[in-house]
Design a binder for this molecule. Structure first.
Ligand code: GDP
Length: 444
């Protein structure tokens, strides 16, 4: 997401680059472009006004001080302002000091609440807490079963009404779920609630009744980032109805223009606490305003990448491979193991998108074919252990055999071997120069 907004913002900075000093006319011109870019991204009007007013004031200041590098100055000002409207400092979650903590989920039908319950459950479990998901969405057919499925995948318990209990009372389910958690010493209860396709009073009343029954420590409002201008109406309705303490932005992986993400904090005053970026249970992260601003401005998000790498990759293996790479001894087996580790971080598109400067290659990134990675894996797997250790033994007939075995062509095999050898040589040289360990052991 943010692709178009990122492009438009970089475009507006471009003409400042190379200028010796910044004039007020430059500032006005740039602000006009930023304003249009934000409006086209569906950012709420009051937020756009606030944003452009603040940026203008600071940029005028920079112009008056005749600061050097006006382009960089303005990028910095826009960055800081983006961080501001995205919520500034990341707030910690509120947990109960004693007894179970209750998180209640609210939002429209299809916003991603049930999916989020599973993600949150897994995330909390990995943080060392015991979790119970409570199925208080008795409205949507299949919601209870869906929660049981995601709970199972997340490895956490699910509290649901017995089938055959008739329609059931969602408030009662929430209350009994909490009582059960208290009895069994469970740390966190996540209550999934019903949504409608649009806001209606009955749904809001039910959410309020559940809130009164379980006194949540956090009410998380789940907002589909794809909804554009509707985001303002929906989030104010929920703020004024059941109320909420934090926002979860879902579907940030889609091609949403970004308006909801940039508006929700300014419109409701509640911080965005999490971002949901896909249908899988791991497609979920804490929302950090500074990192998100970095992504919008194509500065990448290396911090999130490193955190995910720490969580999902085998550190000892990565270190071993890095050391071998630096001493110029990398083999295709090492490469294969690294490739598999990187794939645990998510799709290549997602991983590459977090690397600074990749925005300029957005088109290639959008068209990135994940099957290319499958092909590379298939080629390496079709090699014998001896070939993987020493690619120099790969003569014509071996290459033809590998191509056949992997369902690729000899040209594909040649390409991979060539890129691997080049990367290996480069990393060997880097190792000689600095002895610096690194992650990048991927040819191509
Ligand atoms: P609920 O009605 O609020 O409980 O919504 P669900 O959790 O059932 O989600 C509705 C649909 O959105 C499902 O098909 C989910 O797989 C999908 N979904 C949820 N979160 C995300 C996300 O972050 N990204 C994408 N691409 N899809 C999501």
């Amino acid at each position: 997401m943010f692709g178009n907004l990122s492009d438009r913002l970089s475009q507006s900075f471009k003409q400042l680059r190379g200028r010796g000093v910044l004039t007020e006319a430059d500032v006005d011109n740039t602000i006009g472009q930023i304003r249009r870019a934000l409006l086209d991204a569906d950012v709420a009007l009051p937020v756009v006004r606030q944003f452009t007013t603040d940026v203008r004031e600071k940029a005028y200041g920079a112009a008056r001080s005749k600061a050097l590098n006006p382009g960089q100055q303005v990028v910095r000002i826009v960055h800081d302002e983006l961080v501001e409207i995205l919520g500034g400092e990341t707030r910690e979650l509120h947990f109960a000091s004693r007894g179970p903590t209750v998180f209640m989920l609210a939002g429209l039908q299809g916003a991603g609440k049930t999916t989020l319950a599973g993600k949150l459950g897994k995330w909390l479990r990995e943080e060392g807490r015991s979790v119970l998901l409570v199925a208080s969405d008795l409205q949507r057919p299949g919601a209870v079963h869906q929660l049981q499925v995601v709970g199972g995948r997340a490895g956490v318990g699910v509290w649901a009404p017995e089938p055959g209990d008739g329609v059931g009372d969602p408030v009662e389910v929430a209350r009994s779920g909490l009582a059960h958690a208290l009895e069994s010493g469970i740390d966190v209860v996540v209550v999934d609630t019903a949504g409608r396709l649009g806001v209606d009073q009955e749904m809001m009343d039910q959410a309020i009744a559940i809130r009164e029954a379980v006194h949540p420590h956090e009410i998380l409002f789940v907002l589909d980032a794809m909804v554009g201008q509707d985001a303002v109406r929906t989030s104010t309705a929920f703020r004024d109805g059941v109320g909420f303490t934090g926002v979860v932005l879902s579907k940030l992986d889609g091609d949403a223009r970004g308006g909801a993400a940039l508006s929700v904090r300014g419109v409701t005053g509640a911080p965005v606490l999490f971002a949901s970026t896909g249908e899988g249970l791991d497609d979920f992260e804490r929302f950090h305003a500074d990192r998100m601003a970095g992504r919008i401005l194509d500065m990448g998000d290396v911090m999130t990448l490193i955190e995910q790498a720490e969580k999902r990759m085998d550190q000892a293996e990565a270190q071993k491979v890095a050391a071998k790479a630096m001493s110029g001894e990398l083999t295709l087996d090492d490469f294969l193991s690294q490739l598999q580790q990187v794939r645990r971080l998510g799709s290549m598109k997602k991983v590459l998108g977090m690397i600074p400067g990749m925005g300029q290659m957005r088109d290639q990134l959008e068209n990135f074919d994940e099957r290319e990675v499958d092909r590379v894996e298939a080629i390496v797997r079709s090699m014998t252990p001896a070939e993987r250790t020493d690619v120099s033994i790969l003569n014509g007939s071996r290459r033809a055999r590998i191509a056949r075995g992997s369902g690729t062509t000899v040209t594909d095999v040649n390409g991979l071997v060539k890129r691997f050898e080049a990367a290996k040589a480069m990393m060997g040289q880097m190792g000689q120069m600095s002895g610096m360990p690194g992650m990048g052991s991927m040819p191509g």
